[in-house]
Design a protein around this ligand. Structure first.
Ligand SMILES: NC(=O)c1ccc[n+]([C@@H]2O[C@H](COP(=O)([O-])OP(=O)(O)OC[C@H]3O[C@@H](n4cnc5c(N)ncnc54)[C@H](OP(=O)(O)O)[C@@H]3O)[C@@H](O)[C@H]2O)c1
Length: 350
């Protein structure tokens, strides 16, 4: 049995992934909680489907008898993993997802031992967050194995999807996270800024609680990790203003209003943007004892398009048995050159 289940298949990214999986010759089983949307997507593609909530254990028990891998695309993942991952472990079914949420990586890693005993892969973060940055971290660590500090930054131009904006809005009031001396440390939102040279230009970047703060530690063993993204001065000022209102921002009412605004205003990058935009990723590893450092830049296709490629390639490899048992990052499972196996990806060491 090498069939797999895409949960959240009718979301913006779930659809891109489903379409790409079909183009790759797969016939995934589709799932999600909205009956009309799952049925429509499955029927137009001639695929089997299930309608189920993330916490409907009885239905998951049926689905998980039918497939050997779950690719979870239903986020914010903090709302879906706590039910889905234990069910996958119980049934001995591999679990992959496209999360970028640190708390989700943390929860899934906490299931490592039991998943290892079951002989299954737990691999969150097989999308843009974290495949390219994880591979870049592994490349830098390979060049400078004694590195003690890692900085990563990225700059895209295509915009974000509704699900990404919703996931970010849920955690803004929690501020940022950095890894310091091996520990995850909470810092204020937009805590640090720095200029990063991407492609031809220097760009203003701000620190963000990106998945690599969690994952790159497992991939490289580096104990100090910060991640940044390109930002305009206007957005930086808004984020800093938002810090003052964080107590209000986490109230149910404000969260509800934010969600309504996001749902009505954000659609996700257009097909043209997905086909034409690129993302620049920069990384630097430093050994604080010797002062030695190594820097590199990775250029990739647009992030949502890339997510569909990296997610399905990860599924393919796990189904072929190329994985470690238990929790792992993409670069731990597939190596530092994984990202270089995709078209139009370029890596340059400075
Ligand atoms: N790693 C990466 O680089 C990467 C790339 C793309 C997306 N993502 C993440 O993937 C997630 C989805 O993004 P998207 O752009 O596809 O968003 P989207 O268009 O809003 O789709 C979200 C999907 O998840 C489902 N969902 C949400 N909450 C759920 C819950 N509590 N229970 C069951 N299903 C739920 C939605 O179903 P309903 O419509 O029924 O709510 C929908 O099918 C986001 O968290 C985003 O940040 C990550």
């Amino acid at each position: 049995m090498d069939n797999f289940f895409i949960y959240g298949a009718y979301g913006y990214t779930g659809r891109l992934i489903t379409d790409y999986a079909i183009r790759q010759g797969f016939q995934p089983v589709l799932g999600g909680r909205n009956a009309a949307k799952v049925k429509a997507l499955a029927e137009v593609n001639g695929l089997e489907y299930y309608v189920l909530e993330a916490n409907d254990k009885a239905k998951w028990d049926i689905v998980l008898e039918d497939v050997s891998l779950v690719l979870n695309c239903a986020g914010p993942f903090a709302l879906t993993v706590k039910d889905i991952v234990p069910a996958c472990i119980e049934h001995g079914v591999h679990y992959l997802d496209i999360t970028g949420e640190i708390e989700v990586f943390q929860f899934i890693q906490s299931q490592h031992e039991i998943a290892k005993e079951k002989g299954i892969a737990l691999m969150p973060g097989v999308g843009f967050d974290v495949v390219p940055t994880d591979c870049l971290a592994a490349q830098l660590s390979n060049k400078l194995p004694s590195a003690t500090h890692l900085e990563l930054a990225f700059q895209g131009t295509s915009g974000v999807s509704r699900g990404t904006a919703l996931s970010m809005a849920r955690r803004y009031h929690n501020g940022g996270t950095m890894r310091i001396d091996g520990n995850l440390v909470s810092v204020p939102l937009a805590h640090e800024v720095k200029m990063v040279h991407f492609g031809e230009k220097d760009r203003l970047c701000v620190s963000i609680p990106w998945g690599d703060v969690f994952t790159a530690y497992y991939t490289t063993g580096i104990e100090n990790i910060k991640v940044f993204t390109g930002i305009s001065m206007k957005t930086l000022k808004s984020l800093r203003l938002y810090r003052k209102f964080k107590a209000i921002a986490k109230t149910k009412l404000v969260q509800w209003v934010l969600q309504q605004i996001i749902r009505s205003k954000i659609d996700g990058p257009s097909a043209i943007k997905r086909a034409t935009c690129v993302t620049h990723i920069w990384g630097k590893a430093t050994d604080s004892a010797t002062g030695k450092s190594v820097e590199a830049e990775l250029i990739t296709p647009e992030s949502y398009y890339l997510t569909s490629l990296t997610a399905i390639e990860s599924v393919k490899r796990v189904l072929k048995g190329k994985f470690n048992k238990g929790y792992q990052t993409p670069a731990m499972a597939f190596g530092k050159d994984f990202i270089l196996s995709f078209d139009k990806v370029k890596l340059n060491f400075n």
